[in-house]
Write a protein that binds this ligand. Sequence first.
Ligand code: MG
Length: 337
Amino acid sequence: MNIKFYPFQLQLRHTFTISRESHDIQPSLIVGLEEDEITGYGEATANTYYGVTVENMMQKIDSQRAILENYVWQTPEQFEALLQQVFPNDPFIRCALDIAANDLYAKKLGKPLYEVFGLSIDKPLPLTNYTIGIDTIDKMIAKMEEVPWPIYKIKLGTERDIQIVSALRQRTNAIFRVDANCAWSVQQTIAYAKELKSLGVEFIEQPLPAEQIESMSEVYEQSALPLAADESCRTEDDVVRCASRFHIINIKLVKCGGLTPARRMIAQARQLGMQVMMGCMTESSVGISAIGHVLPMLDYVDMDGALLLANDPADGVSIENGKAIYPNRHGLGVELK
Ligand code: MG
């Protein structure tokens, strides 16, 4: 097996702002795992919050290249177990390589990956939201109206959060979700939940800072809206701590280390009575397609990352008006342009 790197600078159509940062360019690493002239693709984006760059991902993979390339595996689960040993503290790297291994495996079996997972796409699947980053209220309205959509996720964490949602609500009947990205306090969240419920908001994502997970018990008791864990639910170990503190976990493939651990997290969340969402980063159609192949296992999905790009370097599972459209190809169904 050979490992190949395809580093990209993804360009955003609009500057994207959340409560802690803004960006126009998103560096991303697409990896290829090539064997018998078949290549499986995976992706992990760089991330300042988690201290990950494309350069350090490539350096670390290079430093373990021989072990990875010479390892003989039968199933993606076996390869993922090796990744856990080799990169115990690098979920972004594990994510890119695990997705690529799943793609390669399904391509060798001659099936789309969802079929390898025993899933069917012949049923109504969750629609993805379209994310509106923080901006002036006028610009947020303009961004929303530029892309008519059934569900919007509104990024909050400003001095005018309720005004933003009220202003957007006057322009559409679409479903709203809000994501505070850790910017609120306990009291603020409880108060906002009531108001946001009356504005037709479906749930609140990550109101408190990730480390204040203990305080979420109080919010959980009193919130008028369901609560979703994002920054508080990074890895498999976090799932159990989210029970009775959040109603929903938002799994992200880069945070947990790929599709293999994500599928274990989904099973665990179900056992604990929580709903499951999968979220994306600002990423290409490689990472987005990986989400598409577990979509039948999810209650909610945020897989609009590639829609926000001006230069998506890949084709794969695409999105039309919130609905995932699957290419008629094996594996992830991804092709690099
Ligand atoms: Mg989030």
